[in-house]
Design a protein around this ligand. Sequence first.
Ligand code: ADP
Ligand code: MG
Length: 717
Amino acid sequence: MLVQNSSLDHHSKLNQKLDILQGVGPRMLPKLKKLGLNTIEDALYHLPLRYEDRRQLKTINQLTDNHQEVFVGSVLASGETVTNRSRRRIYEVIVGDDTGKISLKWFRYRKPWLQKRFPLGQKAIFIGEIKRFAAIREIHHPDSELIQVNTDLQQLLQSDPLNFGRILPVYALTEGLSQKQARKIWYQLSHDFASFTKSFVPEYIREKHHLQTIPEALQKIHWPDESANLNELEDGKDSARKSLVFDEFFFLEVGLALKRAGVQLEEGIAFNFEHKFTIPLNKILPFKLTDAQRRVLGEIKHDMMAPQPMHRLLQGDVGSGKTLVALMSALIAIENNAQVAVVAPTEILAEQHFQTFSSWLEKLGLKTGLLQGSMPAAAKRNMLDQIAKGEVDLVVGTHAILQDGVEFQYLGLGIVDEQHRFGVRQRSLLKRKGVNPDILVMTATPIPRTLSMTLYGDLSISVIDQLPPGRKPVTTKRFSSSLRKGAYQLIKQELQQGRQAYVVYPLVEESEKSDLQAATGAAELFANEIFAEFKIGLLHGRMKSIEKDAVMTRFRQGEIQLLVSTTVIEVGVDVPNATVMMIEHADRFGLSQLHQLRGRVGRGADKSYCLLIPSEHYSEDARRRLQVMVETSDGFRIAEADLEIRGPGDFLGTRQAGLPDFRVASLLKDIRILENARNEAFKYVKDTNQLNSKDAELVKNELLRRWGGRLELAAIG
Ligand code: ADP
Ligand code: MG
């Protein structure tokens, strides 16, 4: 894009195809391609998976149990045997040196290959984890590299520096590429090509954080020298890796800082405090705001009064009272004669918000509208008309609000509920419905704070970290499928005491007929047999929205006691009298989904239960998820566990959020570096007047090269 001439040169070198490397020809090229490696730059960033210590070769008596070890031995015996216990065939090779013996075992193998590779007397380097069973130590499926019988070891260490006498990198491979070949390739890359890369993080920042330049870091990470610390390398804490990670985070955060600065440059609405509706609302509320709600509201008020547009994320666990905070914020806008839009992810949730908002607004003499995609055309036209004329003060709706043809007279505040279903794009569509209105995004998906800084880097963040008083923690139990009678018993008890219950099935997709059948079948079974004395309702994604609304209304009013549902109730539904939630095929839900679902109970003063029924067979990951649910109800701990189980890419949906995948950095492991990089980046953007100062030019070009339009860089045109 805006690449300067001086840097063209180094880019073209980094963009060269890999066959300019020695040993990479037409046969190797496709193998590297399979690893996603096309250019020199790709390959430079293909970092070692781990390292192997070949500075010294240990003797067999020096090997440590449960460690990955490298040693030399000669084959003393070799052949197929049968294990005593399981009567399984295995292949065993006994190797020894002057100090002892060790057994190598293969459980899956091709016999002729092993026979040929390990004849008696063959000398080799063996690599693997040492296990001890009783007296004899063994290695299962070791790696090996053959060496000549008469090789002198000391000589080997010195004469073949590519493969011995140092800490070796171990790479992700593909068929037809061996570690030995890989070493040769990356030796060349690190020695002859790393120097073509450039460092763009300003030098004073590099020095302050003891960072290496990119060329140095890339060389050292592929070819650790004598000063390298093996433990640090293995833990990814070596200075080379840290430097690469900082570089990635720095450019991400510079982008986010610019975006944020761009928002602040826009002219927004500076609301005044009229207290015309907020004080009356406070008077009629049946409860007092929690300290957390009050604090967060203070932050929102501050933003709304400021002349820049608000871009704020409101995080709070399910049931923490975000809706009320949204309502108070809405009143501030309405006091200034502006309109408010509330966007919800589903029609059910929109309907529910409509009821909540309209019941309060009505008491204050204000008008609330509902806009749904599925409304009859005439009703919709009428609603659009009222919105355009400013006759409704607050509009609740689904994505329908964002469509062309929806015009506000004067939109002052846009509220987006349950952000994780919304992309960056929708947020900007909403913004365009007014002239830089304030935007408040609410999410119940608790994200560890540092991660949310990255994900929503351009938003300010408020957290409601306190539940309204009197909430009792939900008791969560896991029942195996065959013991579900126990769960039914518990549900029955609650229903008999006048409470209500949910039974949830995985989402009904067009293709998943069996899920629908399961939910429908269960509803019938419940109505006719198990819970015959109670009123049962059924709710699923393929019902018309009018039907869904009708069922929800009856449930809310207590006419339906037990609601069988697919996950359409996942978000936001608020029926305090519901005290039991039974989740079928619980293993098929993600952790945050389960947490959201569980948040539908425990909303009133009564003790509540969440009953998890997994499928008959389920994975180890699923077992861990369910265990987390049983052990904790703390949304942040659940989020962290979720992050650990799923990995950050999946957890954050970075692609969808418009964030890049990192080549080196891990959002999980490198939080510390992220914080440092963020602080430096934000400061740098400020100090350089949004990268407009002369010495920021290189950083600016590099930023454009890396992220292109992805960050919608508001401040640089
Ligand atoms: P969220 O949207 O954060 O999941 P809601 O705003 O739906 O939570 O609030 C959950 C329930 O708690 C609602 O029934 C609401 O009326 C009630 N609530 C909200 N704030 C308070 C408070 N300060 N004290 C008592 N109850 C509250
Ligand atoms: Mg909510």
